[in-house]
Design a protein around this ligand. Structure first.
Ligand code: F6R
Length: 243
């Protein structure tokens, strides 16, 4: 595991975007595993900038997102499909039919999870997976548990995750309590992983996940076992790591 230190959120975003740009330049038909949330917005803006400058093209890229809220359709403003369309997809030349997320409105959870694992398998797996990290150590919505979940599954979100996510919902809006999430297997099978972390509120979990024992109680800790995992974190997120 390689740790790259950045001064702040903007520098973290530039460094992460540079790694993703290099991936696309080296393999224009890359399969990118993408995340939502606050952490990747700056990275996506940098990638949009590189696209607009003509440095990279997403024409042949395929994307597969980590997760989607159960019960929300793609036109719901809080759905992750909506987030991806607005934050990234509509601003680059990626083909919409090459962008995949779990279907939050799927009627049968098991079938939807199997379908999504199949989508990832048909693509030949993920070339580069971008990840954020939850305050409880979750990656995607693989929450702390007694085992590392394997394939795509429908998960009951923990109170800490629901509280963290509620900041993005309007007052009175119901925050979903279940989500479809990619499992640890597809993430760990990605050829390259880039995890981004920014801010003092991530400092404790960054220390626990990447400098503590590997345990399903801290799902991100398994990334210590990945042969090509890069953590790009700013000074605030690395504040508890001794030089
Ligand atoms: C999002 C996802 C989550 C987030 C994590 C951090 O697709 O899978 O694991 O990466 O909750 O969220 P932020 O970046 O908002 O702190």
């Amino acid at each position: 595991m390689k740790i790259i230190k950045a001064k702040d959120y903007n520098e973290m975003s530039r460094k992460a975007a540079n790694i993703i740009s290099a991936q696309i330049i080296m393999k224009p038909d890359s399969v990118l595993g993408l995340a939502t949330g606050s952490s990747p917005i700056g990275t996506y803006n940098e990638l949009i900038d590189s696209y607009q400058k003509g440095d990279i093209s997403f024409e042949l890229v395929k994307s597969v997102n980590l997760d989607e809220y159960k019960g929300l359709g793609g036109d719901h403003k809080q759905s992750y499909r909506y987030f991806m369309e607005n934050t990234l997809f509509s601003k680059i030349d990626i083909q919409k039919e090459n962008t995949y997320l779990p279907n939050g409105l799927a009627e049968n959870d098991e079938e939807e999870c199997a379908r999504y694992d199949d989508v990832i398998a048909q693509m030949g797996g993920i070339d580069l997976q971008l990840l954020g990290i939850g305050h409880n150590g979750h990656i995607a919505f693989n929450e702390p548990s007694d085992v590392f979940p394997d394939g795509t599954h429908c998960v009951k979100l923990t109170e800490s995750t629901i509280t963290a996510n509620s900041r993005l919902f309007d007052e009175g809006e119901v925050v979903p309590t279940y989500a479809f999430t990619m499992g640890i297997k597809a993430i760990m099978q990605a050829k390259k992983i880039v995890l981004i972390a920014s801010g003092t509120d991530k400092a404790a979990i960054v220390k626990e996940a990447f400098f503590g024992p590997i345990t399903p109680k801290v799902p991100a800790s398994i990334l210590q076992m990945h042969p090509d995992c890069i953590v790009v974190a700013d000074e605030a997120a690395l504040a508890l790591i001794n030089e």
